[in-house]
Write a protein that binds this ligand. Structure first.
Ligand code: HEC
Length: 266
């Protein structure tokens, strides 16, 4: 009896108990991976983005807002303190926001930050993410160039004139993997690269949850690769390690293109 109970208790402590079993093996990637300081910065930015999108007339504002509340909820699931009340409240606010977007009431999110304190606590349950979250299409849209509806990249990451023109995450990942950064450019991107890379890692973890019924293991491997390579990119950025950035960006880019080759229809 005890042999069965001990591992289960351990899983509960790790917050993995609700993540489900596949053939007796836990496969979900939601061990805490987002550092606390990145969590603080990224959630602050995410809240500001949600409010901006609620006020914007952009054609795809609702899709982007849905992606943003999904990513915000995912931040709260990816942090070690996922079960803290403050974190659970923010998660509750993100899910409530997703519901309002579903009801075409995106304008209500203009005051998103003041809705947080009055929200309901949402459990640290990854299974809640996909049913409430944005479509995979809306999530992936953020990677496009700004001109094509993507979110674009921070000024400090536009280290090359071409990247100023394209201004997109996908182009940046392509550029970082195509050529090792000069020492000067490493300095330029070192502050913002980790913020973006942690964000992409979280999108990779969300993507894992969207696995299709066909070729599920392959999808999961590639979304894990996306998460892990992006974590390595964040860490190499922090350390100003040009080789590490190049290597991690190459692996990240491979995860994108391999998954698209296998699963994207057009
Ligand atoms: C595990 C699979 C997977 C990974 C990893 C993945 N994608 Fe995707 N991506 C897809 C699929 C599937 C679609 C098509 C979605 C659709 O049309 O419903 C897509 C679509 C896109 C699109 C087009 C958006 C649209 O409207 O269809 C962009 C841009 C994109 N992905 C960028 C990226 C980038 C950049 C990465 C890596 C950093 C990445 N993707 C990683 C599966 C993946």
């Amino acid at each position: 009896m005890q042999r069965i109970l001990i591992p289960l208790a351990l899983l509960t402590t790790l917050g993995l108990a609700s993540s489900g079993f596949t053939g007796g093996k836990v496969e979900r990637p939601w061990k805490p991976f987002l550092p606390d300081d990145a969590y603080l910065e990224l959630t602050k930015r995410s809240i500001a983005t949600i409010e901006e999108l609620a006020k914007s007339d952009e054609k795809n504002a609702a899709g982007r807002a849905h992606a943003e509340v999904t990513i915000l909820a995912a931040y709260t699931l990816a942090v070690a303190k996922a079960k803290d009340a403050e974190v659970a409240l923010l998660r509750g606010a993100a899910f409530a926001g997703a519901r309002q977007i579903g009801e075409k009431n995106i304008k209500a999110l203009a005051k998103f930050s003041s809705s947080i304190q009055g929200s309901l606590l949402a459990p640290a349950d990854v299974a809640m993410l996909k049913p409430r979250g944005a479509s995979l299409d809306d999530l992936m849209e953020i990677f496009r160039t700004k001109a094509k509806g993507g979110e674009g990249i921070h000024l400090e990451l536009q280290y090359h004139p071409k990247l100023k023109n394209t201004n997109g995450i996908e182009s940046l990942v392509g550029a970082l993997s195509a050529k090792k950064l000069s020492a000067e450019n490493v300095d330029k991107v070192a502050k913002e690269l980790p913020n973006l890379a942690y964000r992409i890692a979280v999108v990779g973890a969300i993507t894992y949850e969207y696995a299709p019924a066909k070729d599920t293991p392959k999808w999961r491997d590639l979304s894990n690769q996306m998460r892990d390579a992006s974590m390595a990119l964040a860490e190499a950025g922090k350390k100003k390690n040009a080789d590490g950035i190049h290597k991690a960006a190459t692996s990240l880019e491979n995860s994108c293109t391999e998954c698209h080759r296998a699963f994207k229809k057009n």
